[in-house]
Design a protein around this ligand. Structure first.
Ligand code: RAM
Length: 361
């Protein structure tokens, strides 16, 4: 895929300005002179003060995997609302494709150049953003990953939707129940590099090793790149190549919706089971028309709000990203940072015929 010239120019420009910022910061003359010497998340000299006043007037930029993905629209709206309540400002930038890692890098560079106070980013790829994010942190910007992480040393805190292990295992458990624990299954994922999906898939494979799944066999993993059309075609391809396929897990809101759309209009409706991670609004019709039995998700708006609170708590010095530190997140309550700077939002909800009408997101 070629990079548009304008982006190349802006990337180069951002790099030059970022360098200038670093030089200024090292000179110790700007408000960014508090830059961490190690450029990493775990600065040894930083101490959290849980009683420090919450700063106002900050700017926190949200950089989702993909701006035109309804899941991120809801998540980032949650971040915007939280920032407003906290007296700070929100902005959102990001690529329109979930496989544009160089686009995400150039957005980070531009935000560094703009000296925002915090960046909340959902990483398309675990390592690709590292250098740019470290540069942002060197310039005093607090970096929170939400939804999809980068390497732990390249951000201050990861705001995770739920325990990754529980999410991965529970999707297999749901499908197992639906299939009576037998048959060929496939995974329809998002981008091949996506940190969150790959972590969940790792736990799915581990769950499948348990004796109760001995008659369930994972025969393929396909990637729809969080693109509706590609996900639809990948579903079609999976069913053509594996005529005995009994079930599909799609751990992506774009993927599960496209797969449901395909199954719903095909001879496989009600015969091939589908579960995974979807929004109730996207999936309601497919649950009602018998294509999907049950699926799960967290509230994306709460995830965005928690990311905003974490960024403001970091900027206010209430937390530094170390295990055991706690911070308040408005209506969401109080959260404690766990191993590797990870904060879990909570437990996901399983949606089915019985409860789906209670949820509107
Ligand atoms: C898609 C994205 C996102 C993931 C959800 C479940 O919208 O891939 O990263 O968390 O699905």
């Amino acid at each position: 895929m070629s990079t548009p010239l304008s982006r190349q120019v802006s990337t180069a420009l951002a790099a030059v300005i970022t360098l200038a910022l670093t030089v200024t910061a090292c000179g110790g003359t700007t408000k960014k002179s508090v830059a961490r010497e190690d450029g990493g998340a775990k600065a040894s000299h930083a101490h959290a003060d849980p009683n420090a006043a919450t700063k106002k007037g900050l700017t926190v930029a949200f950089l989702p995997k993909q701006v035109n993905n309804p899941y991120f629209t809801v998540a980032d709206k949650g971040g915007e609302r939280a920032l407003k309540q906290l007296g700070s400002s929100f902005k959102e930038v990001g690529p329109s494709s979930a496989t544009d890692t160089s686009g995400q890098v150039s957005y980070v560079n531009t935000l560094t150049q703009q000296q925002v106070d915090g960046i909340a980013v959902s990483a398309q790829d675990p390592g690709a953003l590292c250098t740019a994010l470290k540069q942002a942190m060197k310039n005093g910007i607090k970096v929170v990953t939400y939804d999809s992480d980068t390497n732990a040393g390249c951000r201050d805190v990861f705001v995770s939707q739920a325990s990754a292990e529980a999410l991965g295992r529970s999707q297999v458990q749901l499908l197992g129940q639906q299939l009576g624990y037998k048959g060929e299954i496939a995974i329809l994922s998002a981008a091949q590099t996506a940190t969150n999906q790959n972590t969940w898939i790792g736990f799915m494979k581990d769950e499948l090793k348990k004796p109760k799944y001995k008659n369930m066999k994972l025969v393929a993993t396909a990637y729809g790149n969080d693109d509706a059309q590609q996900s639809f075609q990948q579903t079609q391809g999976l069913l053509q190549e594996h005529p005995k396929l009994a079930g599909i897990i799609s751990p992506t809101t774009v993927g599960i919706k496209a797969a449901a759309q395909y199954l719903s209009g095909s001879k496989y409706k009600g015969k091939v089971e589908l579960t995974g991670l979807g929004t109730p609004n996207d999936m309601r019709r497919y649950v009602k028309n018998g294509t999907v039995g049950a699926f799960e998700l967290w509230d994306p708006a709460k995830l965005g709000a928690l990311a905003a609170h974490a960024a403001v708590a970091l900027s206010s010095g209430q937390i530094t990203g170390q295990r055991g530190e706690t911070f308040k997140a408005g209506d969401l309550g109080s959260f404690t940072i766990g191993d590797q700077g990870v904060v879990d939002l909570g437990k996901p909800t399983v949606f089915d015929q019985g409860n789906i009408d209670k949820y509107r997101f």
